[in-house]
Write a protein that binds this ligand. Structure first.
Ligand code: ATP
Ligand code: MG
Length: 420
C-alpha cells in the first residue's frame, strides 16, 4: 500500500516529463495564437456547482464524482470536468463586464472521475480546455474545432477525424425528444441496462451507447438534424461553411451527443482510430444556457476539453517524435582530491547556461564515466591530477572522436563550440 499509488492514477517520472512539457508548450502556443489566455481555478469546488452545471442525469454526477464533506461540513467535489469551474470563475469575477468574448484556457488541469481504469481511462487525468464566453456566432465554434484539429495534427497524430453534430436548443429539442422516445419505446426492451436507465433520464444519450447491439438497434433512429429550428439550422450551416472554408475534413454524425447535459447546438469530437478501436481525444460544444443556469447572466459560450494522457498515448503509438530533452550536456569527472575544482567548473558551466553536473556519490573515475554514459550526456570534462595542477581541463565527446584540452577559463566557450 505504502509504495503503491491509488488505482487509476499515474506518476509522471522525471525521465518522461519532458514529453508533457513539450505538449504543454504546443498547447499554450496554439491557444495564445487565437487569443485565449490561461485561467487557473481550484482543484475542488462546491458539489452544488457540478450538480447544477454538469447535470444530475449524467454519468459523471450519478456515478463518477469524488465527493466528500470537509471539516466544516461542506460538500466538496474534486473537479470532474473543467467547464463548470471556468463558468463559476467567469461569473464570480464579473468577467462579463469586460469586452467580450472572454477567451480562456486551462492546461494540465487534474480531472477526477471514479471510472473503471483501463487503457486511456484513468481516475485522475489531465485536460487542456478552452472556453469562449460571449460569442454566439458559429465562427467561435469553428475556431475551436480548427484549433484542436491543427494542434493534434501538428503534434503528429494521424487518422484524425472530426465529427460534428447539432443537438438543437430548448426550443427544438423537446419535439425531438418526443420522437426519439416514441422510436426507442418500441425497442428499449432489447437494449442494455444503461440504455434503459438513460431512456427515462436522458433519452438523447442512448445514441451514445458503446454497445454494438444498442448501436445496431438505434441505427435508424430519427435524427435531431431533421428537426432543428431555423436558428439552430442556420448556426449549423454556418459552422459547416467555416469548416469548408478552412478546408479541414469533417463528418456530420448525428450520433454524437456528448455526455454532459449542458450542451446546445454544436457538439463535436475529435476521434482517432487505434489498434484497440476508436478513441476520442477531444470533445466539446456550445453551452448557451449554462452561464444563466449557474449565475444570472445570459451569456452564450462554447468550449472543448482534450485529455493529455490520451494525446500522449497516441503520440506513442504513432511514433511521432517529441524532441528529446538532454539531461546533461556536460558531465564533469574528476580524480579524488580534485572534487572542488570539478565543482567550480560545474558552477561556471551552469552560469553560462550549459546543463552540467558532477558526481556527488564518491564514485571512482571509472564509475563516473560509466554513470556519465548512462545519463546520455554529450560531453564529459575530465579533471585529473595533471589537469588540476596546470589549470586545464580535458573535454571529450561521448560519441567518440573529438577530444581536446583547454584552460579552465576557456572551458565554456570550447564546450559551446563542441556542443554545436
Ligand atoms: P468518454 O466517452 O471516453 O468517457 P467523455 O465524454 O467522458 O469521454 P469528456 O468529458 O468529453 O469525455 O472529456 C474530454 C476529454 O478528456 C476526452 O475526450 C478524453 O480525451 C479525456 N478523458 C475523459 N475521461 C477520461 C479518463 N477517465 N481518463 C483519461 N482521459 C479522459
Ligand atoms: Mg466518460
Amino acid at each position: 500500500m505504502l509504495t503503491q499509488a491509488p488505482r487509476g492514477t499515474k506518476d509522471v517520472l522525471p525521465a518522461e516529463s519532458y514529453r508533457w512539457q513539450y505538449l504543454e508548450a504546443s498547447m499554450r502556443k496554439a491557444a495564445a495564437l487565437a487569443g485565449y489566455r490561461e485561467v487557473r481555478t481550484p482543484v475542488f469546488e462546491h458539489t452544488e456547482l457540478f450538480l447544477r452545471g454538469v447535470g444530475d442525469t449524467t454519468d459523471i454526477v450519478q456515478k463518477e464524482m469524488y465527493t466528500f464533506k470537509d471539516k466544516g461540513d461542506r460538500s466538496i467535489t474534486l473537479k470532474p470536468e473543467g467547464t463548470a469551474g471556468a463558468v463559476r470563475c467567469f461569473l464570480e469575477h464579473n468577467l462579463y463586464a469586460e469586452p467580450l468574448p472572454c477567451k480562456m484556457y486551462y492546461l494540465n488541469a487534474p480531472i477526477f472521475r471514479y471510472e473503471n481504469p483501463q487503457s486511456g481511462r484513468l481516475r485522475e487525468h489531465h485536460q487542456f480546455g478552452l472556453e469562449c464566453f460571449g460569442a454566439k456566432e458559429a465562427t467561435a465554434d469553428a475556431e475551436l474545432i480548427l484549433l484542436a484539429y491543427h494542434l493534434l495534427q501538428d503534434l503528429g497524430i494521424k487518422n484524425l477525424s472530426v465529427e460534428i453534430n447539432s443537438i438543437g436548443c430548448p426550443k427544438c429539442r423537446p419535439v425531438y425528444h418526443t420522437r426519439l422516445k416514441e422510436f426507442l419505446g418500441e425497442r428499449i426492451g432489447q437494449m442494455c441496462d444503461t440504455c434503459r436507465e438513460r431512456f427515462d433520464r436522458n433519452p438523447l444519450r442512448v445514441l451514445d451507447c458503446k454497445e454494438k447491439k444498442c448501436q445496431e438497434i438505434t441505427r435508424d433512429a430519427p435524427s435531431m438534424l431533421d428537426l432543428l429550428c431555423d436558428e439552430c439550422r442556420k448556426h449549423f450551416e454556418e459552422l459547416q461553411d467555416c469548416l469548408d472554408q478552412a478546408g479541414i475534413p469533417y463528418r456530420v454524425n448525428s450520433r454524437i451527443v456528448r455526455g454532459l447535459d449542458y450542451y446546445t447546438k454544436t457538439v463535436f469530437e475529435l476521434i482517432t482510430e487505434t489498434k484497440d478501436g476508436k478513441l476520442t481525444v477531444c470533445g466539446g460544444g456550445r453551452y448557451d444556457n449554462l452561464v444563466a443556469e449557474i449565475g444570472d447572466q445570459d451569456i452564450p459560450a462554447v468550449g472543448f476539453g482534450m485529455g493529455l494522457e490520451r494525446v500522449l498515448m497516441l503520440l506513442d503509438s504513432d511514433g511521432a517524435g517529441i524532441p528529446k530533452d538532454p539531461w546533461y550536456e556536460v558531465f564533469v569527472t574528476y580524480m579524488g582530491a580534485n572534487r572542488p575544482h570539478a565543482f567550480k567548473l560545474v558552477q561556471m558551466l551552469r552560469a553560462d547556461g550549459i546543463r552540467a553536473d558532477l558526481d556527488h556519490c564518491g564514485r571512482s573515475l571509472k564509475a563516473q564515466f560509466k554513470y556519465a554514459n548512462k545519463t546520455g550526456t554529450q560531453l564529459t570534462a575530465i579533471i585529473g591530477d595533471e589537469e588540476a595542477e596546470n589549470g586545464m581541463v580535458k573535454i571529450k565527446s561521448m560519441a567518440g572522436g573529438e577530444e581536446c584540452t583547454a584552460p579552465v577559463q576557456e572551458a565554456c566557450s570550447v564546450i559551446r563550440s563542441m556542443l554545436r
